[in-house]
Ligand binder design. Structure first.
Ligand code: SF4
Ligand code: SF4
Length: 496
């Protein structure tokens, strides 16, 4: 039985014709630009220097922070630069540039795990961590951290196969072309998470994939395929959990708070490749589609390949592109430079012509309330927008703006064409900045108090010395110092 979740919208899925074409491999680019930050968390430290020869799959970026994932070379060749480069979020990020030698010489580390290793949750988590696997649907949260932080809390694994964003079909094609590998990947995730049961939620517009995975024996592996109605954002973590298990993640909470953990379809496939083939996260199936694209399709792309190269190798544009998006049309990021490289979480590259332009000169709220009805997080977008425009951070916090998953449903449904989601991204940043400011203030006050404290307590430390030396000339001083030490003795008694 499925449970009802709040909100949601129904955009045309526009998945044909890309969902009918088999995944193809495009020629490799002459160079790749690999950002040292392709995950939530601190960027990696480069492990190579300009002039170094590197092998395919060699670790080139070390992740020292826990919520971080190492980076690997996606081609073999020579490092020609280590310098800041524009990434998909519009930031300049330290990146390693590799001139491709087109030999694909594999690193010695690219070996499958042993069957013995694959029986141990800890070993699987280590392999996933070393392979640099992150949420490949675009969230880029390090998968190993998600696994280990759920130990003792999680009893249910969910696999997000909804692929609810319009146009994107890369997960769908992966289900159709790699069903056995995918199911094995899910089994590995179940073992790593120390649970026996997984639910694989797939929208009904992927009926062949649902039938195929059932035919391949998903049920016998402890994996229940759950057909989901087509609704955006069916694949949002909290929505998926509510729909499949009926459990509700509290505001500000995490899936683990209700015993669940969610992985993307391509993440599960990547776990299979890391464990059974020794492949780190250096390749992604990418959907290339949109009204400006000549020949929509799905292609295998090495991490670090520029968007320009992908568009050129897939047939280019049929019309002048007006907007280019990395990711889906609802949650993806608009791009202004085609030299931006594809990353681990790049599920699609979309190009739209200007007949898709729906912006208006003067967006106006007509108080229809549709944004409230459509919000899957049960938020109140109309008021959040109002207080964001006023810069009222306290009200934004009261309205739980940080629970906004930036799904874009409110912007999509809004007849006034207000830039709601963009305002909420800015609003969340305002709240984060405010919280950071409060934290810094609190820490400064604590440090000040601590700096002053030792002066006041100094006589206590002297007291035992005075007691240990009952010399006549110092007796008066010892009495005077012994008094302040008394409370410390009392505390010791209470401790006992
Ligand atoms: S959907 Fe748009 S126009 Fe309607 S209430 Fe929300 S913000 Fe206003
Ligand atoms: S973008 Fe945020 S506020 Fe808008 S519908 Fe999605 S979760 Fe709700």
């Amino acid at each position: 039985m499925l449970f009802k979740s709040h909100g949601g919208v129904h955009p045309n899925d526009k998945k044909a014709p890309a969902n009918e074409a088999v995944i193809t491999t495009i020629p490799q680019p002459p160079e790749v630009v690999i950002p040292m930050s392709q995950h939530i968390g601190a960027p990696c430290t480069p492990l190579v220097a300009v002039g170094d020869e590197v092998k395919l799959g060699q670790k080139i970026g070390e992740a020292k922070a826990p919520v971080s994932a190492p980076i690997h070379a996606s081609v073999s060749g020579k490092v020609t630069a280590i310098a800041p480069h524009l990434n998909n979020l519009g930031n300049m990020v330290t990146s390693v540039v590799i001139e491709n030698d087109f030999k694909d010489t594999p690193a010695e580390t690219m070996v499958p795990a042993t069957e013995e290793d694959l029986q141990s949750p800890e070993k699987i988590a280590d392999i996933v961590r070393e392979a640099g696997i992150v949420g490949m649907g675009g969230a880029t949260f390090p998968t190993a951290f998600k696994i280990t932080s759920g130990w003792g809390k999680v009893d249910t694994v969910l696999i997000n196969g909804a692929e609810c964003e319009p146009y994107i079909t890369s997960d769908h094609r992966t289900m159709l072309e790699h069903p056995d590998e995918l199911l094995k990947g899910i089994q590995l995730l179940m073992k790593a998470c120390k649970v026996d049961k997984a639910y694989f939620g797939i929208e009904l517009n992927k009926k062949f994939a649902i039938d195929l995975l059932n035919f391949k024996g998903a049920k016998e592996m402890g994996i229940e395929i759950v057909p989901l109605k087509c609704q955006y954002p069916q694949g949002a973590e909290k929505t998926l959990i509510k729909t499949i298990t009926g459990r509700e993640v509290p505001p500000g909470g995490l899936p683990a708070n209700v015993g669940c953990t969610v992985f993307n379809t391509f993440t599960a496939y990547s776990v299979y490749r890391a464990c059974y083939e020794g492949w780190p996260a250096i390749e992604r199936v990418v959907t290339v589609s949109g009204s400006a694209i000549a020949d929509p399709k799905n292609v295998k792309v090495r991490v670090g390949t520029s968007m320009q190269w992908v568009f050129e190798q897939t047939g280019g544009f049929a019309k002048e592109p007006w907007k280019i998006i990395m990711g889906g049309p609802m949650m993806g990021m608009a791009q202004y430079d085609l030299e931006v490289p594809c990353g681990k979480g790049t599920a699609s590259l979309l190009a739209f012509s200007d007949d898709e332009d729906r912006t208006v000169a003067d967006p106006v709220c007509i108080r229809c309330g549709q944004c409230i009805d459509g919000c899957p997080m049960n938020l109140q977008p109309i008021y959040m927008y109002m207080y964001q425009q006023k810069g009222d951070v306290e009200m934004l916090q009261k309205l739980n703006i940080t629970d906004c998953v930036e799904c874009g449903s409110c912007s999509y449904i809004c007849p006034g064409r207000l830039h709601l989601t963009h305002a909420f991204k800015t609003g969340k940043a305002m709240v984060q900045a405010h919280m950071a400011e409060l934290k810094a203030k609190a820490e400064a006050e604590k440090a000040k108090t601590e700096a002053e404290a030792p002066k006041a307590e100094a006589p206590k430390a002297e007291a035992p010395k005075a007691e240990a030396k009952p010399e006549a000339p110092k007796a008066e001083a010892a009495k005077a110092e012994a008094k302040p030490a008394a409370p410390a003795k009392e505390e010791k008694k209470e401790d006992k």
